[in-house]
Design a binder for this molecule. Structure first.
Ligand SMILES: Cc1cc2nc3c(=O)[nH]c(=O)nc-3n(C[C@H](O)[C@H](O)[C@H](O)COP(=O)(O)OP(=O)(O)OC[C@H]3O[C@@H](n4cnc5c(N)ncnc54)[C@H](O)[C@@H]3O)c2cc1C
Length: 591
């Protein structure tokens, strides 16, 4: 069985975890029209059909076939071009972009759900439009009118794609060392020279033109990240001639085989022509517009692949028969009846739903950032973005590994497709800033926002969910309320410890705990998301609704709180007392 878009669960999370109705109430699209929640669900259903019927069927074949590279050209797998054409014809490329740029102007929340669907169905396809969406955000925010007129419309329509050219062999996590050069050519344009590596969809056969967003350094620019500028460098120039850039190879990789990961050479023949985006030496700030959007979207890739792996494991566990479960009437039970397999399946489902809620909350904050409460919401989005990226992609790896385990030996052979999820998910914790870098960003830049008030407000919001859980009294929640309160206490103490270390100018006490802290934050916030969904379901049951999905949501909130959230206290201990390995020479691994 292939991917089935979980539209009902997604719509429930959008409305009851992330407050879609309130976001829509403030959204006006082209022609002054408003979007009702039912319209949003209809959009998701349509997107779900596209994911199920067009993208998902290409996922396995794309993995087996991969991309072909010859003479600088990249051929995508069979079916990719047709799928891309259908994707842009359906208007899916411009879901977020403003109507005046040819887009649909829909909220971040709806775009987030669509991103989850494309990537759940086919991660190697989804990364292309994901980067194009980031390019649209950067150009719309920082591009000159001329660039917007010449390029933005065609990128929004999907006639052309956009890429993100940051990485060089010596400059990965640390972009301050990048060497690609830019020189003004005296006519308002620049000549770009240098090499980039690992550029997703840097070359392909889906469109006639590819718009590369390239980070480069001007002569005499200040050293480090303050001397980096951003340029738009198209493959084909406005006069129809080829620009001086080429793809010099594609990587052979563990996963996402159908996504071309390209080495790019700029300026072999004297310099590729580029146009400045934003101001000279302010390129990193512009690129961050693109990267922040992309980071949330990579988190959503994690949710998508985790959902797909969970569906496959559930299908398999209901079919495969081994051993007799205690008390089972039949001599041989489906493996789904065994407690240990149930534990794996529930863990997969609970992590996936928690990460979905976390990503949607982040998208909601981005939407709210455009309203009257803009600054507070913007800061909340900044706080949540590294958690959404890293927690969701860490759990995607864990969920995909559990999915393989549920399949036993059949998971290890490629036939079932369970292994592909694990191979594909692996990149998510690495690109768009490794998860280690996300944790450092969370601790050193986001916790201190507004003197700790932003994180304090978020913890207070989670506390209100725990109080509501206590009050609700539905027996299905079991020990969820006390477990959530304990998790919040751990998060509170760990946050205080880290803020104190940073405030005393002792980052060496905070940095060793960054990754455990991000996990702790994700666990507690994730538990609160599941609790909110459970509370909404409890209210629906009290109101007389009989949909069995309501009881399932309450049970999932309970499972997460009772089985996964208790890790919070261990993570707190690691943060508070485990950091000595970083500066005690006794822990040195070498030399
Ligand atoms: C399939 C694929 C697609 C990609 N697509 C793109 C793309 O489209 N565009 C693009 O520009 N790039 C792309 N990348 C590059 C990707 O973003 C980088 O690989 C990533 O940012 C990590 O950089 P690096 O590989 O140099 O690792 P390094 O920076 O060398 O990191 C190695 C390890 O050290 C850790 N580390 C590094 N610095 C620190 C620090 N200061 N503190 C603590 N830990 C640290 C990292 O967390 C990591 O665990 C892609 C990569 C791959 C593999």
């Amino acid at each position: 069985m292939t991917y089935r878009a979980p539209v009902q669960e997604m719509a429930f999370a959008l409305r009851h975890v992330a407050g879609l109705d309130a976001v829509l109430a403030k959204t006006v699209i082209e022609g002054g029209a408003e979007i009702a929640p039912e319209d949003a669900v209809a959009i998701l259903e349509e997107a779900g059909r596209f994911a199920n019927n067009v993208l998902a069927p290409l996922n396995r074949a794309g993995d087996r076939h991969g991309t072909l590279f010859s003479d600088g050209a990249v051929t995508t797998p069979p079916g990719w071009r047709e799928a891309y054409r259908a994707f842009v014809a359906g208007g899916w490329n411009g879901v977020r972009a403003a109507p005046e740029q040819g887009g649909q102007g829909l909220p971040h929340l709806i775009a987030a759900a669509c991103t989850e669907l494309w990537n759940g169905a086919n991660l190697a396809f989804g990364i292309g439009p994901l980067l194009t969406a980031g390019g649209i955000e950067a150009l719309a925010a920082h591009g000159s009118d001329a660039l917007k007129t010449g390029y933005l419309h065609k990128i929004v329509s999907g006639e052309w794609t956009a890429t993100m050219n940051l990485t060089e062999p010596q400059a990965g996590s640390d972009l301050s060392t990048l060497r690609t050069r830019a020189e003004p050519s005296g006519d308002g344009r620049y000549r770009i020279t240098g090499s980039k590596i690992y550029i997703s969809y840097g070359e392909h056969d889906l469109t006639d033109n590819i718009c590369h967003l390239v980070l480069a350094r001007l002569k005499d620019a200040p050293a480090g990240t303050r001397g980096i500028s951003l340029f738009l460098v198209p493959k084909v120039l406005p006069d129809g001639s080829r620009n001086d850039l080429r793809c010099s190879g594609v990587e052979h990789k563990l996963g996402i085989h159908a996504s071309p990961t390209c080495s790019m050479a700029f300026g072999d023949g004297g310099g590729a022509i580029g146009w400045l985006i934003g101001e000279e030496n302010r390129g990193l700030a512009c690129m961050f517009t693109m990267m922040n959007a992309a980071r949330l979207n990579v988190g959503l890739q994690g949710v998508g692949v985790a959902e797909a792996a969970t569906q496959k494991a559930l299908d398999y566990a209901r079919e495969r028969r081994q051993g007799r479960a205690p008390g089972a009437p039949e001599p041989v039970s489906a493996i789904a009846a065994h407690a240990d397999v149930q534990r794996m399946l529930l863990t997969m489902k609970a992590y996936t739903s928690a990460a979905r809620g976390l990503c949607y909350l982040t998208a909601q904050a981005l939407d709210a950032a455009q309203g009257p409460d803009g600054k507070t919401a913007h800061d909340r989005a900044s706080l949540l973005t590294p958690v959404a990226k890293a927690f969701s992609t860490d759990i995607a790896n864990e969920v995909a590994a559990l999915g393989l385990q549920v399949h036993g030996g059949m998971g290890f052979v490629e036939e079932t497709g369970a292994a592909q999820f694990l191979r594909d998910a692996r990149i998510l914790a690495i690109y768009e800033g490794t998860n280690g870098i996300q944790a450092i960003d969370l601790v050193t830049r986001k916790l201190p926002l507004n003197g700790g008030a932003t994180v304090g407000a978020q913890i207070a919001a989670i506390r209100r969910v725990a109080e509501a859980l206590l009050k609700d009294g539905h027996p299905g929640f079991g020990h969820a309320a006390p477990r959530l309160r304990e998790g919040i206490s751990s998060l509170d103490r760990a946050t205080g410890f880290l803020l104190k270390a940073l405030g005393s100018n002792r980052p060496q006490d905070a940095l060793p705990g960054a990754t455990p802290y991000l996990r702790l934050f994700g666990l507690v916030q994730g538990a609160a998301c599941l609790a909110r969904a459970g509370l909404a379901s409890s209210a629906a049951l009290k109101a007389g609704e009989t949909d069995p999905a309501h009881a399932a949501r309450i049970a999932l909130a309970r499972f997460f709180a009772e089985n996964l959230l208790p890790a919070a206290s261990g993570l707190e201990q690691a943060i508070l007392t485990g950091g000595s390995f970083a500066d005690d020479p006794a822990f040195a691994l070498a030399g």
